[in-house]
Design a protein around this ligand. Sequence first.
Ligand SMILES: [Zn+2]
Length: 480
Amino acid sequence: MRRVLFGGIWHETNSFCPVQTDLHAFQRFALIEGDALLTVYEGTNTEIGGFVAEACQQDFELVPTLFAGATPSGLVSRAALDHLTNAVVVHAQQRDFDGVLFAIHGAMVAETIDEADAYILQCLRNAIGTDIPLVVTFDLHGNITQPLVDAADVLVGYDTLPHVDMAERGREATQILGRLLDGAALPRKAFRKMPMLTVPQMQGTESDPMRGIMAELHRLEQHARIMTASVAPGFPYTDVPHLGMAVLAYGDDADAVADRLANLIWSRREQFRPYLLSPEPAVGRAMAEPSGPVFLTEPADNVGGGAPGDGTTLLAAMVTADAAGTVVIWDPAAAAAASSAGVGGRFRGDIGGRTLPLHGPPFTIDGYVTFAGPVAYRRDAAYMTGQPVDLGLVATVAMAGVKVVLTSERAMPFDTLHLRRAGISPEHERIVSLKCGSNWRAAFGDMAAAQYYVDTPGICTSNIERVPLTRLRGEYFPLA
Ligand SMILES: [Zn+2]
């Protein structure tokens, strides 16, 4: 039986978000250590769940370190990065294992360290030396760099957006480690980076251009002499010099495969331009649809991209138009005030617009509380199925048309439970407004009668020209 050390540190960092990601932010989302890793994540659709499931097949004895994750937000504090990295390194220094499996996001940025994921893997590599194989999973939104590629023997990226293949990729990484421990030679690596910025709403793998690109990737994985390959469109909402689309391939044909995929992506770059509607016409189109629910998706305030989720622009447009529907706003103080009014009580006050002026001013609502209480659940849709989620104290305030769900924790709307636990049945709503890029589809896609992407101002705007990037050098598609 082979002993395999495993764990993960996961964060997608938006450097334009002023909410710093400290150790407390990890503790609130996920900070699981030791044997609890095996029990909390067993059977979940997460990378850790995939490691655990496949380890039995590979006859691995798993040695847990920790898994730490935080909701996408601002720069990770240096103290949090050091604490988490050191906690892993202490285990790694024992070197009483044969291989390592690790899960990262790939777009983590810390105070003073642009390439935080590479830093973690370098620390891990320094601890284990060059003889112990290290296989690592990463998110499709990772901003991959050469130091990251150098630190890991193999990197395995998600193939899906909405992300639904986390456990599958965890299993794949475990199988690859099994082959390496059985004596397979370390594969040749190929890494290509393209000066190309794309936005989450256009990176979805269920539609072109990504559907065709991933089909070619899977064809090559079957027919070329490669162990694995990944395409990472990346995450453009952080001010670092290493943005851009990336391709990775491992094996004898790695260079040919990486070049073929990179050329295909570059030739299709025009297809990545997004289509957006301004708030007023979007609300008008939604109200004119023959039936609901119509999803008005607001990528600029995408909580999963590190935006605050307290923007009020679309809410204001819905109220002004007398629209009927639901909006979720992160506002701990308002959630507490509305909760103290109690179900049936009246709440009148300003909500949202607390974090960034760009996301609109606080908006005054006046209505009756229809739900109040703490909300926590395990994800039940295809994204990270089984992962615990805590929305904190939640209150729903119903006005004449619009119901506002106020949460005290920022939450990615990747499950219908996000609304159901606050007393909202999304399928019965006329309009459902979600602060999201593409992952909403995993839970809500099948019930959507129609869907529009709405162009509100915000730090995750799909108008990439408006993102205040200052550190790129040279020309990047589609920037002028
Ligand atoms: Zn992602």
